[in-house]
Unconditional design. Structure first.
Length: 314
């Protein structure tokens, strides 16, 4: 891919900062945008060393102006962890609603393409397993998770209608549970919670009986898939996730083993509408992108644990 200029929202967050780092390494110019609502300014430190990186502190619920040409706008700004989006329900709906609209308008103005970070949450508590892109989902429109999953569904609808109406080139990725370095240790998602609890000598918290499943992907595999998608003309939604499925109880045991921990497990109530099972069908990404995850859960956890140990234990 020739070198391009990208506006990347959510650049101070977990995925945004990792993606920005890789885009800069590949020779692209990145204009990062973030309001630090759930992101961390320290995630920008290694990016600021690149002359091809600039940063705009801005809330993308408001329209944004950017100087100079733009080839792609990539919209990753949004709280992503259940406790965070439940803390900011209206902001979450607005960043995916009005935020998505303003960024699509920026694309119209700049003749740029638009990449939307969507989510496996749009499949809700799925009645089809594993989930292919053609599955319409099983979502409670007014439940506790609706401020996030319905907002992302609206963001997808808006993306495709703005594309059909104004000819904006679009890419939509449906990201399945992803973790790795630079995720906020207090983010509230399950892998960071378990590592954080072991580092703090606390019990591991399992919601429900731990029999619900998720399929966890390492951040580098996700970033690899995103770069491949930019290199293809494919404009339909693409699942990016690791199809290896585990129960949450298994995840707790694996994290304990890798950290040599004897922590106890504390069972807490399962939140309402928590999906029972989740696993991506990656037939499309395999055939369109020639992509599949390469990093095993063990390796991904080891790298992530080492990262947090280097950050917090001196
Ligand atoms: P994150 O919370 O680490 O990053 C989100 C970033 O967006 C933060 O830096 C936050 O400050 C910023 N932000 C939020 N609202 C904003 C606003 N109004 N204006 C400007 N910046 C704003 O979360 P993440 O895990 O990096 O998720 C990034 C994107 O990927 C989100 O859109 C999320 O829905 C999507 N996603 C993530 C996962 C995952 O497993 N990590 C799974 C599916 C989808
Ligand atoms: N979970 C858990 N303990 C925790 C945090 C989460 O058992 O400390 C469960 C949660 O109920 C869900 C799964 O782990 O079933 C994944 O939760 P996470 O918030 O990481 O992602 P999501 O629910 O959005 O897939």
């Amino acid at each position: 891919m020739s070198h391009i200029r990208i506006v990347l929202t959510g650049a101070a967050g977990f995925i945004g900062s990792n993606l920005a780092g890789r885009l800069l390494q590949e020779g692209h110019a990145v204009i990062g945008v973030d309001n630090f609502m759930t992101g961390n300014p320290a995630n920008l430190d290694s990016l600021q060393a690149w002359p091809s990186f600039t940063f705009i502190e801005h809330d993308v619920i408001q329209p944004i102006g950017v100087d100079g040409p733009v080839d792609w706008v990539m919209h990753f700004a949004s709280p992503a962890s259940p406790p965070k989006y439940l803390n900011y329900p209206i902001e979450t709906m607005r960043v995916n609603g009005e935020g998505t609209r303003h960024l699509l308008e920026l694309c119209q103005h700049k003749n740029a393409g638009f990449l939307l970070a969507s989510t496996s949450e749009i499949y809700g508590d799925p009645s089809v397993h594993p989930q292919p892109e053609s599955y319409y989902g099983n979502v409670n429109a007014i439940g506790p998770r609706s401020c996030y999953n319905e907002a992302k569904r609206y963001a997808e609808a808006l993306t495709y209608w703005m594309s059909r109406t104004y000819g904006i080139p679009v890419r939509v990725i449906r990201i399945f549970n992803t973790f790795g370095p630079k995720m906020d240790l207090n983010d509230g998602r399950v892998i960071t919670n378990f590592i954080n609890q072991i580092l703090a000598d606390k019990n591991l918290t399992i919601y429900g009986d731990g029999s619900q499943t998720r399929s966890f992907q390492y951040i580098d595999d996700l970033v690899d898939g995103i770069l491949r998608l930019l290199d293809t003309p494919y404009d339909q939604p693409v699942n990016l996730g690791n199809p290896v499925e585990h129960t949450i109880l298994e995840i707790a045991e694996i994290v304990k083993e890798l950290m040599n921990s004897t922590a106890s497990i504390e069972f807490l109530p399962l939140p309402e509408d928590d999906p029972r099972r989740r696993k991506p069908d990656i037939t499309v990404s395999k055939s369109i992108l020639g992509w599949e995850p390469k990093i095993s859960l063990h390796e991904a956890l080891l790298r992530t644990i080492r990262y947090y140990q280097s950050q917090f234990i001196h």
